[in-house]
Design a protein around this ligand. Structure first.
Ligand SMILES: C[S@@+](CC[C@H](N)C(=O)[O-])C[C@H]1O[C@@H](n2cnc3c(N)ncnc32)[C@H](O)[C@@H]1O
Length: 261
């Protein structure tokens, strides 16, 4: 019995010592011999940069498209302009989305909340809108409006350039109106967002039609349908194109479905 006990103590000591030895040797091994995590390298490969670029762009390119500059909160009055309904037909957009009571809708890049406030009553009761933006000033503008309204189903989230910071498997519909083209890290944003989606949930991009030269918007703030599909159909996102709605005067509404985790 005593012998057995001392054998187990020896075994335990040997295991601890070999673990220590591995830690010391492992840290001195060349990177190729260790288990390297390639994230930084692949992120650098994903984006390209050029000094020769559109004045409204960032000089950073993703899959052949130049990423636009983020619209500052100083531009919020443009989002609130009286002519917006006539130019963009937001009421028609929301009708086409067929939101249902009880759904969780994420308004990514919510800005001053024009669309959030239109959607919140549509998902009552039990549903809510999660309004995400990377500019606290935009969220503050929305919070001021909420203070004067009888709406309790809006959550405000300060996102980052790489993530909307919404828990996994919780979103029925994620809407991005005039937003996606200005993400500094579109791939990372989508990868995180796809994790937040329920299977069967929809990711909806509303972008000014780049194919149409008559749409009076700066070039880098427009996207073609083909480019949107190229970026959203990266296999690791687990998305499938569902439909493109062409009823708005200036924008296309491109809908993807989350089909697998
Ligand atoms: C042109 S505004 C559109 C606002 C709103 N969707 C609307 O149509 O009224 C774009 C918004 O996207 C936000 N934005 C840019 N990159 C973002 C990101 N990575 N995550 C969340 N919001 C972002 C900007 O701060 C800005 O408020």
């Amino acid at each position: 019995m005593a012998n057995r006990k001392s054998v187990s103590v020896w075994c335990f000591l040997c295991a601890v010592l070999s673990g220590l030895l591995w830690m010391i040797l492992g840290s001195t091994l060349p990177v190729s011999a260790q288990e390297a995590t390639p994230t930084v390298e692949s992120e650098n490969d994903r984006y390209t940069y050029s000094n020769d670029h559109d004045p409204n762009g960032t000089g950073k390119f993703y899959l052949g498209r130049e990423i636009a500059q983020v619209m500052s909160f100083h531009g919020a009055p443009w989002l609130e302009r009286a002519e917006r309904e006539e130019e963009e037909r937001l009421t028609l957009l929301l009708k086409a989305l067929k939101l249902k009571p009880g759904e969780v809708v994420a308004d990514i890049g919510a800005g001053s909340g024009v669309i959030t406030l239109m959607m919140a009553p549509m998902v009552k009761p039990n549903g809510k809108v999660v309004a995400v933006d990377i500019q606290q000033e935009m969220l503050d503008l929305l919070a001021d409006k909420l203070n004067n309204l009888d709406l309790t189903n809006v959550d405000l989230v300060l996102g980052t350039e790489k993530s909307a910071r919404i828990p996994a498997d919780t979103v029925d519909v994620a809407l991005m109106v005039d937003v996606y083209h200005e993400f500094s890290y579109p791939y990372e944003m989508l990868l995180e967002l796809s994790k937040s989606m329920k299977v069967g949930g929809r990711i909806v991009l509303v972008e000014y039609r780049r194919e149409d030269p008559l749409v009076p918007i700066k070039l880098v703030h427009k996207m073609s349908e083909a480019q949107v599909k190229k970026e959203l159909l990266q296999p690791e996102l687990g998305l499938k194109w569902k439909e493109t709605i062409a009823t708005l005067p200036r924008q296309h509404v491109i809908v993807f479905e989350k089909v697998r985790k």
